[in-house]
Design a protein around this ligand. Structure first.
Ligand code: NAP
Length: 343
């Protein structure tokens, strides 16, 4: 179904998922298009970003951000067009990067909204390599990972927007880069198109041995995106003074209990101690939002020069967003998952 000029379709949180979200988690509703007040602008959402963090917003467990309340529109980054504006610096027809949510229209006072101009080349890329996931990769790697020439960098979810960008920056900085991805097709892409030195399929038999062989000098930086059995395979290979930017644990987002034993906490603490490793978690805009300008300039040049490549996985239609999101948490996406809401 396409967008209407008078109605607003929106996906609201119907119930908090226990384990993986399913077809009952979100509800598609239609209301009148919202009317902007003084100091507001009306945005028409054209592209909606699907990101793993949204699973956390569906839950009311304590976190770094407030949960979405039952009945409220799901939050999400959008690339949108300004329909009408009473906000300085924005006028009708401007493309913007905003936080418009899972709906056709949103109101905004301009806070946190980035003006992309009247005709950006690839507007949806502001949700990926040139936006939040790109900043996450760049800042997590440069500020915490601190790559040095000749070091070995390992990153999982290597064909996704964060992992793919981490690995390509690692190559620019002179590292040996090993990706970890789910399946041979993703691994071939990571090596042949993105230029990683190797990519190991975490679903294949002998994953741990293959990873060891791909990192013969051990691992100096492990960019943590997934956790679980991937981290178990990485831990024994970490070198003295290894750095671990802890970016995400997507393998655990749908978990309803702690993983099966044995308890590996003391093994981890002992490894951190003996190897004098640095593990640091970060929340991208809270910790590194102030670096956005520096990131944007650098990344735009790399993308223009073809040094950083970007793959999108575009889904059509707001009504297909819930299934696309559920699939992404299982690894069904191949590249940055974006929903196109309108032409
Ligand atoms: N800290 C922050 O501020 C921040 C900001 C943005 C993103 N993040 C985190 O960064 C990570 C990557 O985000 P993204 O947007 O680039 O996601 P993404 O790669 O597009 O999607 C998630 C990927 O995770 C992999 N995955 C899912 N379950 C897995 C499992 N059990 N074991 C191993 N891999 C699994 C799948 O790839 P394969 O098929 O290749 O396994 C899936 O495609 C996520 O953890 C996200 O939460 C953190």
């Amino acid at each position: 179904m396409s967008q209407s000029d008078t109605k607003n379709r929106k996906l609201t949180l119907a119930e908090r998922p226990k384990g993986a979200p399913d077809e009952n988690t979100l509800k598609l509703e239609t209301t009148d298009r919202p009317e902007p007040g003084k100091g507001q602008m009306l945005l028409r959402n054209i592209y909606l970003s699907l990101d793993p963090y949204m699973r956390g917003r569906m839950s009311d467990a304590p976190s770094y951000a407030n949960p979405v309340e039952i009945g409220d529109v799901m939050v999400g980054g959008t690339v949108s067009q300004v329909v009408t504006s009473d906000v300085d610096g924005f006028e009708a027809g401007d493309w913007v990067s905003a936080f418009g949510g899972w709906q056709d229209y949103a109101l905004s006072d301009g806070k946190g909204v980035i003006n992309l101009g009247k005709s950006p080349e690839n507007p949806s890329w502001a949700l990926g390599v040139l936006g939040m996931p790109g900043l996450t990769a760049w800042a997590g790697l440069t500020q915490i990972g601190q790559p040095q020439k000749g070091e070995t960098l390992v990153v999982a979810a290597a064909s996704g927007p964060v992992g793919a960008t981490v690995g390509q920056i690692g190559k620019i900085m002179g590292c040996r880069v090993v990706g970890i991805a789910g399946g041979p097709e993703k691994c071939t892409h990571v090596v042949d198109n993105l230029g990683f030195d190797a990519c190991i399929d975490h679903k294949a038999d002998g994953f741990e041995d293959a990873l060891k062989q791909a990192a013969p000098d051990g691992i100096d930086i492990y960019f943590e995106n997934v956790g679980g059995k991937v981290f178990d395979a990485v831990m024994p290979l970490l070198n003295t003074s290894a750095r671990i930017p802890v970016c995400g644990l997507v393998s655990q987002y749908n978990a309803t209990s702690l993983p099966d034993g044995p308890d590996r906490l003391n093994l981890l603490l002992g490894t951190i101690l003996r190897k004098r490793m640095t593990m640091r978690g970060f929340i991208v805009f809270d910790d590194f939002g102030h670096l956005y300008g520096e990131f944007a300039g650098q990344m735009q040049s790399w993308v223009k020069e073809g040094k950083v490549k970007y793959r999108e996985d575009m889904i059509e239609g707001l009504e297909n967003a819930p299934a696309a999101f559920i699939g992404m948490l299982k690894g069904e996406n191949f590249g940055k998952r974006v929903v196109k809401l309108a032409d």
